[in-house]
Design a protein around this ligand. Sequence first.
Ligand code: MRU
Length: 365
Amino acid sequence: MKVGDTPYRSIWYDAGAAEVRIIDQRWLPHEFRIVALKTRDDFAAAIRDMWVRGAPLIGAAAAYGMAEAMARDASDANLNATWDALHATRPTAINLRWALDAMRTLLTPLPEPDRAAAAFRKAAEICDEDVESNRMIGVHGLEVIKDIAARKPAGEPVRILTHCNAGWLATVDWGTATSPIYQAHDAGIPVHVFVDETRPRNQGAHLTAWEMAGHGVPHDLIVDNAGGHLMQRGEVDLVITGTDRTTATGDVCNKIGTYLKALAAQDNGVPFYVALPSPTIDWTVRDGVAEIPIEERDGHEVTHVQGKSADGATAEVQISPDATPARNPAFDVTPARLVTGLITERGVAPASADGLRALFPDRAA
Ligand code: MRU
């Protein structure tokens, strides 16, 4: 997507400088910073400390991290140590393990001198596939939005609530939840997006709001607790979120607070869709609540918030008493029964084992 007039991806290989570059998301929306990642430790820090975040982008960054590691030392020992180091960064998004496994499966049989070039090719392929999958998620999700638009008085916007940032910044490009929104907006279908701020790190306020403004999509930032109220008043037509791991049975793990939105949507008859590329499906897991590891992050993210201070600089303030302890589970699981449909690159599936198997018979096996 464009930043100003310049098209960007969230991660790319700069051939001239021979380095991988990312948009450092810690500084958005107030500062647009690009940094190069060079060593395995750079990539591990970037994923763990959320310079890059969002399940598909975490996978893409890990793939490039493996490629850079191979360029320095293509031994089996380094391949395995890099897999371990990057895999340990964040536990919930399955795209991380998917990408690392794809790299290791490709590289292990190759002679050491061939590994770095093959790894860079594969990382680029993973990025391109993510972009195309997300574009297709938009094509299929657009039909959902069109259906709702057709039932509304002409010209009235389809009002879509989204949680966290499942936008182009969370993927390589397009985003998952945002791809249908961008494609509807581009097709001239009026949409209005309610952007959950998404405490504690405020990915909605910082990132989704920035994306919507950048693309000219009408939107309102809302506090996390406002969604249920707006749904009760009939002000939300549709919820679309992303996911960090979806089970083979259609349970959806996503940013903390997603479950509460799904409950409110169910109570108010609002369709609740989840958009995902197929690498986000964990075919080995059937019960999301019991089996998906939920990342617990530092309580500092709860007790402090970051924003722009009066002098324009990015600053952090503490919002709770000095000694207040905090719990910070970063994700929750929405059971399949609360999900209206899963929007994938192959079409929209019911959130069920049969629904997913019908779209992905090759993977389900
Ligand atoms: O902790 P984050 O910012 O990595 O969490 C991101 C989300 O929860 C997204 O909704 C999810 O990764 C899907 S991204 C297309």
